[in-house]
Design a protein around this ligand. Structure first.
Ligand code: WT7
Length: 572
């Protein structure tokens, strides 16, 4: 079958000659732009903010914040000042030192960005938490990381079970008239009086920067630790892949609770001195298009699920807005459907560029660059400095057109430094010493393009968010009526996958729709809205192995009407 190829617009991108650069590029070439060449010490927040505040970009807009009830603009000079103030509050009131874990649990607001940058300036390790997390999800993450300080809002503070978190010393609340006690502090009150001067903590490149918790197929969420060294790749990919140039207005739609919202919502754009748009509030096609129109967004990074929702809203909505400022559009999180690329080309007049990476990889690895032909449905090619292969289960490199495990040669700059408190888990990603094995299956074609096929494990990707089935199952069985639960991802045209739970009830409970509703609400309020099963099916018994493991692949085969495969390990 002949695949459609979408040709590039030539002649004005940061990277024009992919093949040639791929042959010669070494990562240390990207380091020369940073100050550590003189000092040996580094701080990402200095490189992202203060460096520009001290040069010709001082009065350039760094942040346009856009919310239905709040619109503000900050220059690089402003961001330097306000992140210094936030750093002083964290240091003086919160006693934050280098290496301490500082969590940030709040919706997107300018204060989130001040606090995150301020904490990094102190050499602390930041832990951003998505605002939808409920008590158990918050507790697991603060407990595992032994967080010392958290910054939150009055609406979210009750989800922090501080009596069960002995390491947690200070809770800063960003809001009006906050009652202080020895643990709870009024962030804005201290912020107002804090000094605008702060001594930056200069750290080593291998010192901790950020912890992102992510789901696997078994066990609790794991804390992926990234270090300051990752900025080399945040910076370089913001140039190559986002193609950011001096006059661009860039908008990444992701929340900093997920890695896209930090690597490409904070670090990449600001390391390159770009104007960054942050939109708060809920998803709405009108507000999104309005955001593009209002700020004249030129470079836009979002996710397949959002594009599909915009597509479903219809072309009439786009016609109400002027979207002609756009020049470069990108996507991440799940496979980008050819249909979405065709739609994007129709309504925006531009190709949507798929990018592949993971929380663990810290930055983009396999991408459709602006200078390349796009093959619809392919993730693109590995970036210069990245060696990607397809391995069989024994670690042999497979030739083109054979499906196998997508793996990357170890040692790119933004590779996770470790899994917090779990060296064993960290080591399990690496095979034969040199390959990072991603957990995705894919194949490579003769022209060097990679094609995503699926997850090797049972991890669910729903609306661009990774959900571990085990975490949802564990929550489900806490509900009194639930005896056993098996959770799978079920294909969905908008969300990629939705979460479906198969549940065996405790004897005596009736299988009613009301009970399904109660169960759904229980997960929603206990774990997170995006982790609650959209579909529940009651069954008498779940398929299990003889050792008692729920066979999710069998549930999935039932659901999709596919053959169940080898059932030799299934109990009678
Ligand atoms: C998993 C990682 C990195 C930020 C977004 C998600 C899937 C990611 C693509 C893509 C197909 C993709 C993979 C990967 N994924 N990008 N372009 N095409 N699948 O980060 O939560 O760490 O999830 O997302 O399955 O392993 P994450």
């Amino acid at each position: 079958m002949k695949l459609e190829a979408f040709p590039p617009v030539k002649g004005k991108h940061n990277l024009e000659n992919y093949e040639e650069l791929y042959q010669h590029f070494k990562w240390d070439q990207a380091e020369k732009d940073f100050s550590w060449h003189q000092t040996g010490k580094v701080n990402l927040a200095y490189e992202a903010i203060d460096r520009h505040a001290e040069n010709y970009r001082a009065n350039k807009v760094a942040l346009h914040y856009f919310h239905p009830s709040r619109k503000e603009t900050y220059t690089f000079k402003d961001l330097k000042k306000f992140s210094n103030k936030a750093g002083n509050v964290l240091k003086d009131v919160g006693k934050v030192n280098k290496g301490d874990r500082v969590f940030i649990f709040m919706p997107r607001s300018p204060e989130l960005y001040f606090a995150l940058l301020g904490a990094i300036k102190l050499g602390a390790i930041v832990g951003p938490l998505f605002e939808a997390f409920m008590e158990d999800a918050v507790k697991d993450r603060l407990h595992d990381s032994e967080a010392k300080v958290i910054i939150t809002t009055p609406e979210l503070v009750n989800r922090i079970p501080h009596t069960e978190l002995p390491a947690l010393e200070t809770i800063f609340i960003v809001g009006e008239n906050i009652q202080e006690d020895n643990k709870t502090k009024d962030f804005l009150h201290h912020f107002q009086t804090a000094s605008t001067d702060l001594d930056i903590e200069w750290v080593d490149r291998k010192d901790g920067l950020i912890l992102h918790y992510t789901s696997g197929s078994t066990g609790k969420p794991k804390g992926v630790l990234h270090v300051h060294n990752a900025m080399i790749q945040h910076y370089q990919t913001a140039k190559w892949v986002l193609d950011l140039q001096e006059d661009d207005v860039y908008w990444c739609t992701a929340d900093p609770g997920w890695v896209t919202g930090t690597s490409y919502g904070i670090f990449g754009p600001w390391l390159t001195g770009s104007t960054n748009v942050v939109a708060g509030g809920r998803f709405s096609p009108d507000i999104w298009y309005k955001t593009i129109e209002t700020f004249g967004v030129t470079v836009w990074y979002s996710a397949p699920t959002s594009f599909r929702m915009l597509m479903a809203a219809g072309a009439e909505v786009t016609e109400k807005y002027t979207l002609s400022s756009l020049r470069h559009i990108l996507s991440v999180g799940e496979p980008l459907n050819p249909e979405v690329i065709r739609w994007g080309f129709d309504v925006f007049g531009h190709r949507i560029h798929d990018t592949w990476w993971m929380t663990e990889t810290g930055a983009q690895l396999i991408c459709n660059l602006p200078c390349m032909d796009i093959k619809l449905g392919s993730m693109g090619k590995p970036l210069p400095g990245i060696e990607a292969v397809i391995l069989d289960d024994d670690g042999n490199i497979l030739p083109p057109n054979q499906m196998g495990n997508l793996a990357i040669k170890k040692g790119w700059p933004s590779m996770m430094y470790t899994i917090w408190n779990n060296e064993e888990k960290f080591n399990s990603y690496f095979q034969h010493d040199q390959w990072y094995v991603s957990g995705d299956s894919a194949y490579l074609d003769e022209e060097g393009y990679f094609w995503f096929q699926g997850r090797v494990d049972d991890v669910i990707m729903t609306a661009g968010e990774r959900v571990g089935p085990f975490e949802v199952e564990s929550k489900l069985i806490e509900f009194p009526a639930v005896a056993e639960a098996g959770v799978i991802g079920k294909p969905d045209p908008i969300r990629g996958e939705i979460i479906k739970a198969f549940i065996a009830l405790v004897d005596g409970y009736e299988k009613t729709d009301q009970l399904k509703e109660e169960i759904r609400l229980f997960v929603k309020t206990g774990l997170a809205a995006h982790a609650a099963p959209r579909e529940i099916e009651f069954c008498e018994k779940l398929p299990k192995t003889r050792s008692g493991k729920i066979m999710r692949r069998v549930l999935k085969a039932w659901e999709l009407g596919l053959p169940t495969g080898d059932l030799s390990t299934m109990e009678d």
